[in-house]
Design a protein around this ligand. Sequence first.
Ligand code: HDD
Length: 695
Amino acid sequence: MAKTPDRAPASHVGDGGETHQTASAPDARLTTNHGAPISDNQNSLKAGPRGSTLLEDFILREKIQHFDHERIPERIVHARGSAAHGVFELTDSLSDYTTARILTAVGEKTEVFTRFSTVAGGAGSIDTPRDVRGFAVKFYTREGNWDLVGNNIPVFFIQDAIKFPDLIHSVKMEADRGYPQAASAHDTFWDFIGLTPESTHMIMWAMSDRAIPRSLRMIEGFGVNTFRLLNAEGVATLVKFHWRPKLGTQSTCWDEAVKIAGADPDYHRRDLFEAIEQGDFPEWELGVQLFSQEEADALPFDILDATKLIPEEDHPIRVIGRMTLNRNPDNFFAETEQAAFLPTNIVPGIDFSEDPLLQGRLFSYQDTQLSRLGTVNFHQIPINQAKGCPFQNFQRDGHMQTQVFKGRANYEPNSLAQAGEDGGPREDPKGGFRTAPVPVQGEKVRLRAETFADHYSQARLFFRSQTEIEQAHLASAIVFELSKVSLPHVRERILANLRNVDETLAQRVADGLNLPLPEASQAAVAPIDLEPSPALRIVGKYPDTLKGRKVAILVADGSDGAVVDAVRAAVEGDGGSVFIVAPKVGGAKLKGGKLLAADGQLAGSPSVLFDAVAIVLSDEGCADLLKEGAAVDFAKDAFGHLKAIGHTPQAQPLLDKAGVEPDAGVVDLSADADAFLAPARTRQWDREPKVRMLA
Ligand code: HDD
């Protein structure tokens, strides 16, 4: 087995005269992949010290060849992702509805591996584009792996899987020019959207602040498709799955997200990794919406249509368990990259619905792993193995087979057990996976059900359920995206479709583009007004603490350590964390001469990376920073991104230069550092009209 060379080998002088540590004990030796000990890992084998390298150098060839093949094809969607291990614990049994142990064994802890992702960008793209976030959970249950492969948005762009390649081609970089990367703001995406009115509801979500989350720890998750639960009597109940973050649902501002992309492209990955590293484990509640077929039939839309949601106000969410992510992967490639999530990973007691989007997914994920991971044996890669129970069958051989099967039986039925041999595993008619006996009938057709035809009512429901602030952000996001669209007819078609959602929204977007409003497009079904659903908002959905939030304290030479300590105590006392920013990373000499080490240098730690800022400066420190653009931007962006700004009175000239105007979120720290907490826990929404023109 390959050994991680995490210990230093004993001493050896290379050609350059450097001293290397080398080892003689067999278990500490660097070896080739086939176990031969390596004497020199610094120099290739040459014909003389200055001669050509010899083909014979199997050590060099093995190392370079392995390196050449270190990358596998990235996921065609959701390529950029971050993941963690954790546990799921059931708190409320669904035994009336299902036999699945994962949903009935209260108190049992099940290992999980959860991967979050953006959709459109490549594996090396930024963490903060406007995009849907993937939320895929692999439960290693005792009845096999169950993968709940969802998103942070409860609906989808399309109703039928056959449209998925078109949708994804349109949003990814354009075919001829290879840009834009990780951005939906371009012609081909909006062209597809305009011609595909069923996407309108999801577009409302994608243009809302949910698509620019503050942290992966602060996103909701949804199974999206409708599933079935099956109980011991064979009775099926329809179900939708929901994840709710303990830290609440929180977002960035668009301008902030754009700037974070430059300041820290790994913003979300780092945030998740560091939180877990510090023992600040993110948590989500798992909830279900359960409904019978009769209840489903009474709804004004089809539960097989993934562009629709069931308002929580009509069918409340029942919380049944809790997921805690408590361990970072040991190796990004082996775990996060090689993780293969499959909607077909399902356990007895849970079943699919006929949703045509889900039905296509049941083929696609297994298939894509074959090109990504290269073998039908990808289930043997440790991260994909069914860890909660043995897996045993008669499938054999194939590329990268790692199991050494014993015995003669590789078929079933067999009677080898009668001859005293191991006959292998057998079917379990009682406990094995069963499909809900749903009656099916009808002609074979390529048709969209009429019950899928209403494309606008729920888009309207979403828009009208938002707060004024969120409506303004949504309208502005559409204006931004359509401003990047260069084809006039594409913009026009979107405006025509928006008129079916909400006339005021369409007008606001048209005004934001400075374009006339076209005729409304012809809706297949006239939209209806549904009762607004406040559960669809984000504003007000986060807890009133600094938990999970990060406050920067900007210091310079001469800063008052007592104020820094008071802010730190207040922030940490409220569950937040503090990050000291100084012009030099070695730190600043505080009033009295004590050195305060910095966590980050000012130029590399802009305020976009924090939830609130405290600017603790002396007169001299402030005078110096007036000449530093990064300091002015620090205050200016914090103000522009509606963050609380605590400050010493001496920092006033910097605030003035940055255009910071007094308001409830701008707090003098010299009086009472605690006064900074209330504004730091939220954004200063009232300030927004002062800092940007929204649509
Ligand atoms: Fe998908 C990956 C979520 C529709 C085909 N999808 C993928 C991932 C997530 C989702 C979270 C990343 C998993 C990971 O972290 O490895 N996809 C969804 C949701 C959908 C959805 C919530 C709608 C309800 N997907 C969908 C359709 C198709 C696919 C309709 C194809 C017909 N999805 C794929 C894929 C991917 C994938 C090509 C790429 C990598 C992978 O599967 O493993 O097969």
